[in-house]
Design a protein around this ligand. Structure first.
Ligand SMILES: Cc1cc2nc3c(=O)[nH]c(=O)nc-3n(C[C@H](O)[C@H](O)[C@H](O)COP(=O)(O)O)c2cc1C
Length: 174
């Protein structure tokens, strides 16, 4: 069975992006999905002064996990129109420790927010930048107005249809 690594780029204990990741993983029965919970990771801010000796253990573990999986689902919050510092820091560490770490493997890129934009502006930025780290963007999806569209753990029907379509797109490229 193909292996998918799924994670949200948030350090919020109530992360709605993490909830979206968990929900998306629950839709997939014909692949082995590992949901990686990085919310409590305490990673020092990358500095070139820490090169080349000091690599956080979690970053080394993440690189190994990425190498062991066939595809990825990433859901990121949007902070002030950009990448949350927590997630950007992890991406910066990855870029310094592994060249094109995603190795041309397919990725489903997602975002959600309480607002109508669903973090789509920032998601488009990640669609542009993650390929520099080797990700092949298979599909993309943003869920707007999370609290209205996800109620009692169930996604609104029209949004569920869109989510299933992008999940199928990812699976077709594994
Ligand atoms: C510093 C900060 C900046 C934010 N900027 C945006 C933004 O630009 N666009 C947006 O849709 N939501 C923005 N939000 C609201 C987030 O979408 C909201 O906090 C969301 O829950 C974050 O996702 P998470 O729960 O997975 O961490 C911002 C929140 C914070 C704390």
């Amino acid at each position: 069975m193909k292996k998918i690594l799924a994670l949200a780029g948030s350090n919020s204990s109530n992360s709605i992006n993490h909830q979206l990741i968990e929900y998306t993983a629950s839709l997939i029965k014909d692949a082995d999905v590992k949901v990686l919970d990085i919310r409590s990771w305490d990673i020092p801010i990358y500095s070139i002064d820490m090169d080349p000796d000091q690599t956080p253990e979690k970053i080394t573990e993440l690189i190994t996990l990425i190498q062991e999986h066939d595809g990825f689902i990433v859901s990121s919050p949007e902070h002030n129109g950009g990448t949350p510092a927590f997630f950007k820091n992890i991406l910066d560490w990855l870029s310094r420790r592994a060249k094109k770490v995603f190795a041309d493997k397919p990725a489903l890129l997602m975002s959600t927010s309480p607002g109508k934009g669903g973090g789509a502006n920032h998601r488009k930025f990640l669609e542009h930048t993650l390929p520099y780290q080797g990700a092949s963007i298979a599909a993309a999806y943003s869920l707007p107005s999370f609290q209205q569209n996800m109620q009692n753990g169930q996604l609104e029907a029209g949004e569920l249809e869109k989510l299933n379509a992008v999940v199928n797109e990812l699976k077709s490229k594994l």
